[in-house]
Design a protein around this ligand. Structure first.
Ligand code: ZN
Length: 251
């Protein structure tokens, strides 16, 4: 979908104050001049580039990791955006909304680039957590069934079956569960649902018919999808949160 200049200017007037001039420079792309000497590039309804008066360059994509957005940044700045497995790297640094570089291309805001170490450490935590399925205090025990006393974010669902955790975008409870080794029945049931099992089959699963390995794998994949995949910029923070909760428990 392409926007007309008029539509784009209406958007800019509503959302971006203080510019003095707007010019269409490419399809669905405007350049803006601000009174303080800054310039902006707006693509569709996101100001993707803000070149500040001091020469710094700030980037946004509004959540749209599209090829054209990437191409526009590469074309209209001296910065280089690369896409690797769905993530963007700008001059080698992990992109996030509002990331800012100086005129020489040096990062001036927080560096959220993580090496593989954080990812590995987090996956290891998730693996240890999923291996707790079927164990209580290290001893082989039955699988916990979903019940009303489970974590609300795990157990409450709306009438379409979407969980409160998903609806609210809350992953803190998952970090808590990892730190506390709390594999509740609702979480296991959610993991199985995500594998496509229906409630009847989940009942059989939890009664032990399907074996521990597939249960553990389901929980592992469920946690990985929420905490690892596409969460590069949060890996370090997640690990820190888990470590903090673990430390509190020992204390
Ligand atoms: Zn929970």
């Amino acid at each position: 979908m392409s926007l007309t200049k008029k539509e784009m200017i209406a958007f800019c007037d509503r959302n971006l104050g203080g510019y003095s001039k707007a010019k269409k420079i490419a399809g669905s792309t405007l350049s803006l001049e601000y009174a303080d000497g800054a310039t902006g590039i707006v693509f569709h309804t996101t100001q993707i580039i803000l070149k500040k008066a001091n020469g710094n360059i700030q980037l946004f994509n509004g959540g749209f990791y599209t090829k054209t957005t990437k191409d526009r940044i590469n074309e209209y700045t001296s910065l280089k955006v690369r896409q690797v497995k769905g993530s963007w790297y700008v001059n080698g640094k992990l992109f996030y909304e509002g990331i800012e570089f100086n005129s020489k291309g040096g990062l001036v805001t927080e560096d959220k680039t993580t090496d593989g170490a954080a990812q590995k450490a987090l996956l290891k935590k998730i693996k240890a957590f999923s291996n707790l399925v079927g164990l209580v205090d290290g001893a082989q025990k039955g699988i916990p069934l979903p019940n009303g006393g489970d974590c609300w974010y795990c157990s409450l669902r709306d009438n379409k079956g979407v969980g409160l955790g998903e609806l609210s975008g809350n992953v803190d409870h998952l970090l808590n569960h990892i730190a506390e080794g709390y594999v509740n029945g609702s979480l296991i049931a959610n993991a199985l649902r995500e594998k496509g099992y229906r409630d009847e089959a989940i009942g059989l699963h939890l009664s032990g018919t399907f074996g521990l390995d597939s249960l553990r794998k389901s929980v592992y994949d469920y946690m990985k999808k929420r905490l690892v995949t596409g969460q590069e910029s949060n890996w370090k923070a997640y690990l820190e949160t888990i470590a903090e909760i673990e430390a509190e428990q020992v204390a």
